[in-house]
Design a protein around this ligand. Sequence first.
Ligand code: UDP
Length: 413
Amino acid sequence: MSSLLDAYAEVAGRDVVSHLQQLTSPLKGMKVVHVNSTRTGGGVAEILEKLVPLSAELGLDARWEVISGSDEFYQCTKAMHNALQGLAAPISRPLLDAYEETNRDNAEELRALLEEADFVFIHDPQPAPLLGLCSARRGRWVWRCHIDASRPYRPVWRYLREHVAAYDASVFSLPDFAQALPHPEYIIPPSIDPLSDKNIDLPQDEMEQVRQEFGLDPERPVVLQVSRFDRFKDPVGVIEAQRLARKFVPGLQLVLAGGSAADDPEGEAVLSEVRSAAGDDPDIKVLLLPPDAHRKINALQRTADIVIQKSIKEGFGLTVTEGLWKGKPVIGGDTGGIRLQVVNYHTGFLVRTPQGAALRIRYLLQSRDRMAQMGSKARQFVRENFLLTRHLREYLTLMVGLHYGARYRIELG
Ligand code: UDP
């Protein structure tokens, strides 16, 4: 077994890697190309960075191509992203022209590769027009939408739909995120990479260092929420929950960790609401972390007794997955993808109010055995459902299905 496959077998299980190998066998040597618009930054790049080498080690001829374009192109795709998420703002014709032109330019470079590929995965709206520009394509093309397109701004969706309707299939992250399209649609939820800095096991002294850096007392319980400072994440509600729970759990510490909100005016406003709600309480730490503080977030998640994600509205909620993976029960808002991950009384608790969150914090901290049992179920639940290996397994299954249709049957050993 190769080193990468070995590393995943160690953390996800040998049977999981063996299933991947069995699923790949009818696809051996096939050319798979993933296309997106950035090599670094953002969840899509993070996933592809591992998914593509892993596919290659399994025996696929897998590649990752990145398109690039003018400022107008990025302005246009940013506007498209916002519109898919519901912002009612039209996109001007000159911006759409730049979008189409960038795709034409990139098609010149990529056409030979894409036309001869067996499978092409086009991620998000940026490279969507490539299909229409590769008229001699021979493989199956899949549009992989990572965005919550449940309530798109219609005029922009109608435009984009013209580009994606001709694909052989599309993939959305959650059923709620999908739009009707004239081809098979699949649901493949997101995943975390257990070998990334954000999720890998850490040495005890690194966790101790982080505890000291942020002034956390190891003798007293810690509740943690990691989130952008956004009202939908309800950080002020988390403070209220901590204050209520503290009456029964003396010395309870709360950490709210988020990124600097300097380039986000709304984030700035939420941060000041959070600061004023926290006041000068020494047991509420509001941390502003740089965007690459992955190991620190990892250490905080491992140091915490309970992870909370009290969102009022949420896409999938990767912070929930990350917390569960660290063996912590998660108290999560009863919304969006949090519902897929938090199973009441098993991996955590779903709540709707600060009072509900406080009640669950109190319950868990006063039932340590129960908390440990739930924590180990939480980790197991992520191992089975939300690791990168499951994500890849579903892509492989999709490829076998698209290529062979009903003609091929795989018995997994
Ligand atoms: N995150 C981070 N720094 C922060 C806040 C969040 O690195 O200050 C990470 C977090 O660990 C998670 C992702 O950003 O991996 C947030 O994903 P999620 O789905 O929870 O929420 P979103 O921000 O996409 O709404």
